[in-house]
Ligand binder design. Structure first.
Ligand code: 5GP
Length: 481
């Protein structure tokens, strides 16, 4: 048994048409899964996307598989066809016995025999997977594999397009809100999550988890609660699973009748699955959580003086990791001295150095400013060690007019380092007076006074885990510090 070239060709044509359609990611992937499964004469197909930390596989579309099978539990990428991560095609002849299958028992119950896994690669990096399922044990031909590898290439483009779309949409929503109200706190953006939420509050909760850098999976498991003979008569699917905490979370509204029903299901679930850790989060708890970092209706007064969050903690961490990767690559095989100016740089310096994979030492300077007609900057604490002949990276929290950095770079150059570069978390380009060279930049920051993540206003706010914009009314006689 095998498909003809014509079958593959028409399936690819159809898949390309879906890929280029305005449908949602879920619907595109469902259609691609159907076309792919049909073309290779299989019973089911699932298109999976790796989460940003590459630990779990998340369904972005499926065909021919039961809800119970799709929601059998979190798919751990290291336990479920792990070779896919190395970009390999994986064939499982008998899914009920193979150790590379994470849930063999459910494969048996659902009558699944063979599985073929095809990696979805983006410039050589695995970002997802196509899985093909058959009820009868069978082999796949080289032509099948070659066809599915082409489908995987199309899926990579679909994912990339969806991610771009998601980011643009977030930006649009944020700027649209800002047009309507200058006091709105936008939630942070995320990288691609192929998740379709049933309710907006679930989406807010997911963003909050992102904000706290807590990994989450949406509805990964359905728990059968009642059976009618062999058939499952009632199931319960908690909204979220937080793998690091091994915790399921169900969000609730304040409607009493729904709450009573949910409580009943939860009691039953706890009876049947005592090992499962689940928490009901009621709306008040949820709003309090959102409020903690200035989001939602309870949020405004929380961090008094902060108008809105500009870069969330999660977003900063992602950017710092990327900067560290670039720096480690550029200085590979060399020893680097990191130099920071106290005190604003402490958070950034601490996070950056922990993410560097090259050997580093660090040193700090302190400066003071004297007001008056012309600002005079003075070094009040100089370096502990000589930098002559060393590779030096000046780490800055923010570059505004560029005057401080210019002064410091002149001072450091006089000591003849082997090289001297600059890495700044924030670049407030609009206010630049002196054109200082910046080699690594975290974010281009708008012309607003920002605080948090080390940056202060009159000594306060340094401990905020995000960078936020200070309410303009609060800033009167601001001075750098
Ligand atoms: P520059 O010499 O580039 O004008 O200023 C650099 C210093 O000014 C920074 O190191 C920082 O201490 C302070 N600064 C400039 N813009 C801001 C801001 O938006 N927020 C805070 N907290 N400090 C700022």
């Amino acid at each position: 048994m095998g498909s003809s070239r014509g079958t593959y060709y028409s399936a690819l044509k159809q898949i390309n048409r879906f890929a280029n359609s305005p449908l949602s990611l879920r619907r595109v992937c469902n259609s691609v899964a159907k076309s792919a499964a049909t073309a290779v004469q299989a019973n089911g197909c699932r298109i999976l996307c790796l989460n940003p930390r590459k630990e779990y596989l998340i369904t972005s579309g499926a065909y021919g598989l039961s809800d119970l099978y799709l929601k059998k539990g979190p798919l751990d990428v290291h336990r479920s066809l792990p070779d896919i991560l190395d970009g390999k095609v994986v064939f499982i002849a008998d899914a009920t016995k193979d150790r590379r299958v994470q849930y063999p028992q459910i494969a048996r119950e659902q009558g699944i025999s063979s599985i073929l896994g095809i990696p979805i690669l983006d410039r050589g990096d695995a970002i997802g997977e196509i899985r093909i399922y058959t009820r009868e044990p069978r082999q796949f031909s080289e032509a099948d594999k070659s066809f599915l590898l082409s489908v995987a290439d199309i899926c990579a483009v679909i994912f990339e397009g969806a991610e771009l779309h998601q980011l643009l949409e977030q930006d649009y929503k944020v700027s649209d809100k800002r047009r309507k109200s200058s006091r709105v706190s936008p939630l942070p953006t995320t990288t691609l999550r192929p998740t379709t939420f049933a309710h907006p509050s679930e989406e807010d909760f997911a963003k909050l988890l992102d904000f706290y850098c807590i990994e989450w999976l949406y509805e990964p498991r359905s728990f059968p609660l009642r059976w009618d003979g062999d058939k499952i008569a009632e199931m319960f699917t908690p909204d979220f699973y937080l793998p690091e905490l091994d915790l399921y979370v169900e969000l609730t509204t304040l409607k009493q009748n729904l709450l009573t029903e949910k409580n009943r299901k939860l009691r039953r679930l706890r009876e049947l699955y005592p090992e499962v850790n689940i928490r009901l989060l009621n709306k008040n708890d949820f709003l309090k959580l959102l409020a903690k970092y200035g989001y939602g209706p309870l949020g405004e007064a929380k961090v008094e003086g902060v108008d809105r969050v500009l870069y969330s903690h999660a977003k900063i961490q992602r950017r710092v990791r990327t900067l560290a990767r670039h720096i480690s690559r550029d200085y590979a095989g060399q020893q680097l001295v990191l130099i920071g100016i106290l005190k604003g740089v402490v958070c950034f310096m601490a996070d950056l150095m922990q993410n560097l994979s090259i050997p580093v030492t660090m040193d700090f300077m302190a400066i003071s400013y004297y007001g008056g007609d012309g600002q005079v900057v003075k070094i009040t604490r100089d370096l502990d060690s000589s930098i002559t002949g060393q590779h030096v990276l000046m780490v800055e929290d923010i570059v505004d007019t560029g005057m401080t950095l210019n002064y410091i770079l002149n001072h450091l150059s006089a000591h003849n380092p082997a090289s001297l570069r600059v890495c700044t978390l924030l670049d407030k380009r609009a206010r630049r007076l002196i054109n200082v060279p910046l080699n690594y930049i975290g974010f281009d920051v708008p012309d607003e006074f920002v605080v948090g993540y080390g940056l202060d206003y009159k000594g306060q706010y340094r401990n905020l885990p995000f960078v936020g914009i200070l309410h303009p009314e609060l800033i009167k006689d601001r001075k750098p510090g």
